[in-house]
Ligand binder design. Structure first.
Ligand code: AQP
Length: 320
C-alpha cells in the first residue's frame, strides 16, 4: 500500500512556498495514506531557542490543520514525540559511512556558513532516512534540495536489506504535480525560505493583509516592462506570475503594467491566506486541541514504527 511522508521543519514561520510546494499537494493527495511530520528533531541541528522551538512546533501543527490537512486522514506528528525515530536513527548510523554523510551538499553549505557545527548536522540525513523508513513509506515528495538526502535514504535501505536481510521498504521520490518553487520576493535568485534573516522576500502564511500588500508591492521586478514567464531574464516577474497562477481561481491578466500584476497577485494571495488565518485564529483558542491531535497522530503511527524498529534490531543481532 502506498504511504507518503511530508516533513516540515519548525525553524520559523511557514511561508507561501511551503504552502504551494508542500502543504497543498499534501492536502490534495489525502486519499493516499500520508504522514505530515514536523521535524522538530531536525531543528536541533542548528543554533535554536528552546522556547521558540516549542512555539514553532505547535504553530506548524496548527497551520497545517488550518490549511486543510485533515488529521482524520493524515497523521500529524512531531518526530521527537515518536521515539522510534531516534532509535532507528542510531541503528542506521551504524549502517552509514562517515564519508556518505560528509559529502551531502547541504551539510557542506550549512557547516561552511556556521562558526560551530553540531554533530547532528552531519547526521541530519540519517535522521531523515529514519523518519521515512520507520513508517515503511514508499513515496516521499521531494524538492531539488532534498533529493540528495532521499538518494542516501535509498542507498542505506538497499544496502541494509542486502547485508542483513529484507527489513526496509525502499522509498521513491515523487514530484507533486502543479507545484512551483517559490522564490524570495526581494532576491528572486534564491528560494523563499523560513530562515532567511530578512522577511522582505517572504510571505508568511499568517501575515496580515497589510503586510502581504506591502511585501508584494516592494517585490523586485525589472526594467523590461513586459509581464511574461522568463525566469532567466525576469526572475521577479516570473515568480509573481507563478504565485498568482498558484493562488488565483481564474486565468489572470491581461496585465497592462507590473502594478496590475502586483495588485492581482496581492488579491489572489489574500484570497488563499485569509481563510487559513481565520481558521488558525479559531484553532488557537484551544491549544489543547492541537496537542491532542499530535498525541492521536503518534498513537496512530507508533505500532508500525515499533514493528520496524523491532525488525531492524533483530536483523542487526540485538536482543529483544
Ligand atoms: N520556496 C519554496 N517553494 C516551494 N516549496 C518549498 N518548500 C520550502 N520552501 C519552498 C517545501 O516546503 C516543505 C517544507 O520545507 P522544510 O520545512 O523542510 O524546509 P526547507 O525545505 O528547508 O524550507 P525552508 O522554508 O527554506 O526552511 P529553512 O529555512 O528552515 O531551511 C518541503 O517539502 C519543501 O520542499
Amino acid at each position: 500500500m502506498t504511504r507518503r511522508l511530508t516533513g516540515f521543519q519548525p525553524t520559523g514561520h511557514l511561508h507561501l512556498g511551503n504552502l504551494i510546494g508542500a502543504m497543498r499537494p499534501l492536502v490534495a493527495a489525502q486519499a493516499t495514506p500520508s504522514i505530515a511530520m514536523i521535524a522538530d528533531l531536525h531543528a536541533l541541528t542548528m543554533e535554536h531557542d528552546p522556547r521558540q522551538l516549542r512555539a514553532n512546533t505547535l504553530q506548524v501543527a496548527t497551520v497545517l490543520i488550518a490549511a486543510g490537512v485533515d488529521p482524520q486522514r493524515t497523521a500529524i506528528i512531531a518526530n521527537s514525540q515518536v521515539p522510534e525515530h531516534s532509535e532507528l536513527h542510531y541503528l542506521l548510523e551504524c549502517a552509514t559511512g562517515y564519508g556518505e554523510a560528509a559529502r551531502m551538499i547541504q551539510f557542506k553549505e550549512k557547516s561552511a556558513a556556521s562558526k560551530t557545527v553540531r554533530l547532528s548536522l552531519l547526521t541530519y540525513p540519517v535522521l531523515m532516512a529514519a523518519d521515512i523508513l520507520v513508517h515503511d513509506c514508499d513515496q516521499v515528495p521531494v524538492g531539488d534540495d532534498q533529493s540528495q538526502h532521499l538518494e542516501l535514504t535509498r542507498t542505506i535501505a538497499t544496502r541494509f536489506n542486502a547485508r542483513y536481510g529484507q527489513t526496509f521498504t525502499v522509498p521513491e521520490g515523487i514530484r507533486p504535480v502543479n507545484t512551483a518553487r517559490i522564490m524570495d520576493l526581494a532576491d528572486p535568485s534564491r528560494k523563499m525560505s523560513k530562515s532567511t534573516p530578512s522577511a522582505a522576500g517572504r510571505i508568511g502564511l499568517l501575515d496580515p493583509p497589510e503586510v502581504i500588500r506591502r511585501t508584494i508591492a516592494r517585490a523586485v521586478t525589472d526594467t523590461v516592462g513586459v509581464v511574461r514567464v522568463d525566469p532567466e531574464r525576469q526572475p521577479g516577474v516570473s515568480n509573481l506570475l507563478a504565485i498568482l497562477r498558484a493562488c488565483a481561481d481564474r486565468e489572470p491578466g491581461p496585465f497592462t503594467s507590473y502594478g496590475v500584476l502586483k495588485r492581482e497577485a496581492t488579491d489572489a494571495v489574500e484570497s488563499v491566506l485569509g481563510p487559513i488565518r481565520a481558521r488558525y485564529a479559531e484553532l488557537s483558542e484551544d491549544p489543547g486541541h492541537v496537542r491532542k491531535i499530535l498525541a492521536e497522530g503518534k498513537a496512530w503511527v507508533q505500532p508500525r514504527a515499533a514493528e520496524t524498529v523491532r525488525r531492524t534490531r533483530a536483523a542487526l543481532g540485538l536482543l529483544d
